[in-house]
Design a protein around this ligand. Sequence first.
Ligand SMILES: *Cc1c(COP(=O)(O)O)cnc(C)c1O
Length: 397
Amino acid sequence: MSIPLRQVPVAKPVLDEREVEAVRRVILSGWVTQGPEVAAFEKEFASMVGAPHACAVSNCTTALHLALMAVGVGPGDEVITASHSFIATANAIRYCGAVPVFVDVEAGGFNIDPALIEPAISPRTKAILCVHQLGMPCDLSKIVEIGKRHGIPVIEDAACAIGSEILWNGTWEKIGKPHGDIACFSFHPRKVVTTGDGGMLTTRNPEYDAKFRLWRQHSMSVTDAVRHGSRDVIFETYPEVGFNYRMTDLQAAVGREQLKRLPEIVARRRQLAEAYSRHLSGTAGLIAPLEPHWGRSNWQSYCVGLPHWSDQRATMQALLDAGVSTRRGVMNIHLEGAYAQSGSFRAGSSLQRSIDAQFGSLILPLFTQMTDDDLSRVADSLIAVVVDEQPRQAQVG
Ligand SMILES: *Cc1c(COP(=O)(O)O)cnc(C)c1O
């Protein structure tokens, strides 16, 4: 009887003829992997975040694996990280044969609580892997300070944080400079810019960068570009076991177009997040996410805390029925079957706030092409659903 409403998706990549044209150019050039487009993308990415080195890889999971290997994480070592993250964060630690040590998130946020890191350090701690969850910068100044004090390298899982910023010694800087030792980014379509799949490692350390370049390409001693350009016969060697973690030039060409759009994309996402917070703040027990005074999110996701009386699944279903797609809050890695076996992780603190965050929050639609009307519809639907769920005495009181 009513006019069917257009479904509002949770996310949508920004892609058009510009990316098509970029890929066409690469295909017709005849050089489709580890060539000039990858090199140019790395250079442009490094300059965007202010990093001395950037190395492109196949995705952020492989970036995390190489980052952990570069700082020397191996079998039996421990890495302190958050359970409240995408499973790739901890899986990368396990690829090294190491054990993730999970600590809880801060009260009222989705990022690791720096106060819990120090008590979780053991003689086997080889790295701290912090996450800029949903694009919101974690408290790097405290985390880097702890790392320095204990001589433990800090790796940033910046999968979601392209374009996010942090106030550093009085200046706003891009996440990925990096402020820790290495930062790892993702170009999966669920992130803010995409190459289909893809990843990037940034660092100030030229030795780390050299290792990434070696390992992403089976540890082959000579790159294809060098061999191709040489007038002398070159035999390559393989001094150690590496991986195929390469990015193709097709992906890199798309990435270069995406980087040009990044400022516009982030500006629009910030507008939308602000509009959500205006609509939702003070309404029906909903808790809008907050930026710390020293951090600016790219709003890869907008995750709202539900009132204590709300049932997450029922709320999501009611919204879906109203034409609004949502996702539950960020998962907890230690609750998944892959981490059920004893010894697969160590709890470095209580993880109660992480669990409460997973089951007590919702990710709302947020994408660049979203209209102000779309946003009002989502916000109004959410408010209507939670008010409807509200217990009667609370409504009266
Ligand atoms: C998406 C994501 C990853 C994995 O990125 P891929 O490019 O898909 O491998 C890792 N960590 C976090 C926090 C993520 O959100």
